[in-house]
Design a protein around this ligand. Structure first.
Ligand SMILES: [Zn+2]
Length: 528
């Protein structure tokens, strides 16, 4: 198979996402009063409504409708005042009602969008930006019509078709087969505790063009859902799930190709890699004259390939019809405004505020709000310094702290030995040249390992950087005197030797000389 970068030269990928989020912060199910509790004993949270027993009548959960309206407002959707529920009929033991209660084409939230900032290596997946200059948007009839060029990448405008309300099914456990699969199982168990859990499904327009854009969309949506507090958004535990539709068309053509649907992309990496694989697979099939079938495929991260799960059902198979037990829903302006008043500061607004208030670059500001804990940590630091040292503190958080978080999944910043007070102290030691940046990295590690203040670590280890010009001058003079031949060569034009002199001085000071001062004195004495 060819590589993604090569395939994308010839083919345009058209990607849409369907994102399910369980409203885990609610206390009860969607249409009954059963408790929502992850990990309870099987079938202990059930009742006639969520088991679908004859005569049981559903009552919608108002808090769940507040949550979906909040999600719609946070993703720039229009809130549809009049909408209704439908029955999506299917027979499978995970839903004993034999239908799922869901919304039709008109849902609570319609016509939204998110803007994605794509930069770094990921921006290279997009090859149709041509000669766009920063600030320019692609021509309306071009493939880059939804894209605006920035200094270090681009912004993609991604449409959201709708966010609709539905309910989750129960959980099947297949016993005796490999990896819990149904194939080879001797029997299956079903737990209805999850049946009827409020679920919202967001459907995007087919506006995404690269796996990186899909990954960033999912990441941004997760940040927003966490900020508004409607779900714990755990991709590992399945409270945030993502399916991707992908098709290819030859560059320069307009007609959509046949799409496949990808399942099981339960991490940002799997989402990216699964889509990348599927794009390359489809290209290979098409280039060999084959046909893409509309089917559902499963991404297997360990084998790094997608496999067919089933041929796709069409909407007709579900016999969708209006739910006779639930009246159509009419949301009042008063209700919508009350929900709007609950909207917290969203990640994009937060990043803008950091840039405006603390003079940070858009890149730094955006990466600080990538995680709620890093944003909170940064704000706690700013409270301590009254807004000073924003840039070096942002660097510490984006580089060192985030790297630590990525390397150790159990690392919990709020309870770690690195408090905002210690972070500020560390950055001050660096800013006033008490320690070098190399030493700062060692102190950072030592704070986490030894749970001590940075100043105490610097004292104990005698780490202080020598910035005293007099003391350094002695060293510089000594190094120059010991290397008369190199001094001659330097004066003769071999300016690269400066690095050699700096290195010798650092060695003489046992790594504690301030490189800034050393550089300054050296160039002075060498007559530059
Ligand atoms: Zn129930």
């Amino acid at each position: 198979m060819r590589k993604l970068e090569e395939v994308l030269q010839d083919w345009e990928a058209v990607i849409g996402l369907e994102v399910h989020a369980e409203l885990t912060t609610l206390t009860t199910k969607m249409f009954c009063g059963c408790k929502l509790e992850f990990g309870a004993d099987p079938n202990t949270h059930t009742c006639p409504v969520c088991l679908g027993l004859p005569g049981a009548l559903p009552v919608p959960n108002k808090a769940a409708i507040e949550s979906i309206v909040l999600a719609g407002l946070a993703t720039n959707c229009d809130i549809e005042k009049h909408s209704m529920f439908y029955r999506k009929n299917y027979m499978y033991p995970d839903m004993s009602k034999n239908f799922q209660t869901t919304q039709g084409p008109i849902a609570f939230c319609m016509r939204g969008h998110l803007d994605l900032e794509v930069d770094g290596v990921g921006a290279k997946e997009r090859i149709d930006l041509g000669n766009l200059k920063p600030g320019e948007t692609g021509a309306a009839d071009s493939t880059a019509a939804n894209v605006t060029r920035t200094e270090d990448g681009y912004v993609a405008h991604v449409g959201i078709t709708r966010i609709h309300m539905e309910e989750d099914a129960g959980k099947m456990v297949h016993v005796g087969g490999g990896e819990g699969r149904i194939a080879g199982a001797t029997h299956s168990l079903v737990d209805y505790n999850r049946a009827g859990t409020p679920l919202i499904e967001l459907v995007t327009e087919p506006d995404l063009r690269t796996p990186e854009e899909a990954r960033l969309f999912m990441q941004k949506l997760r940040q927003i859902y966490l900020a508004i507090g409607i779900s714990d958004c755990s991709m590992e535990e399945g409270s945030l799930r993502c399916d991707g539709n992908v098709s290819l068309r030859r560059r320069g053509t307009k007609e959509f190709g046949t799409k496949t649907e990808l399942k099981n992309m339960n991490s940002f990496k799997n989402l990216h890699d699964g889509l990348a694989y599927e794009i390359c697979r489809q290209a290979e099939v098409l280039e060999e004259g084959g046909i893409i079938y509309q089917e559902t495929r499963h991404w297997d991260p360990s084998k790094k390939r997608t496999i067919v799960m089933r041929v796709k059902e069409t909407a007709d198979d579900y016999r969708l019809f209006p739910e006779p037990d639930l009246a159509p829903y009419d949301l009042s302006d008063e209700f919508i405004n009350r929900v709007r008043a609950k909207l917290p500061e969203l990640p994009d607004e937060k990043a803008q505020r950091y840039a405006d208030t603390y003079g940070l670059s858009a890149y730094d500001a955006r990466h600080l709000v990538d995680h709620r804990v890093t944003a909170n940590f940064f704000e706690a630091c700013m409270d301590l310094t009254q807004g000073d040292l924003a840039k070096p503190l942002a660097n510490l958080i984006i580089n060192d702290i985030t790297a630590h978080m990525n390397a150790d999944e159990f690392f919990d910043l709020p309870t770690s030995p690195l408090t905002p007070e210690r972070a500020v102290e560390l950055v001050k030691l660096l800013a006033d040249d008490t320690i070098s940046s190399k030493q700062a990295k060692q102190v950072f590690t030592a704070v986490l390992e030894e749970d001590k203040d940075p100043a105490a670590i610097v004292d104990e280890r005698g780490m202080k950087q020598v910035s005293d010009t007099g003391a350094i001058e002695v060293v510089v003079d000594k190094v120059l005197a010991e290397n008369p031949d190199k001094v001659e060569q330097y004066k003769g034009g071999k300016k690269g030797l400066l690095g050699f002199f700096v290195g010798q001085c650092m060695k003489e000071t046992k790594g504690q000389g301030n490189p800034k001062v050393i550089n300054q004195l050296l160039t002075q004495k060498l007559g530059d």
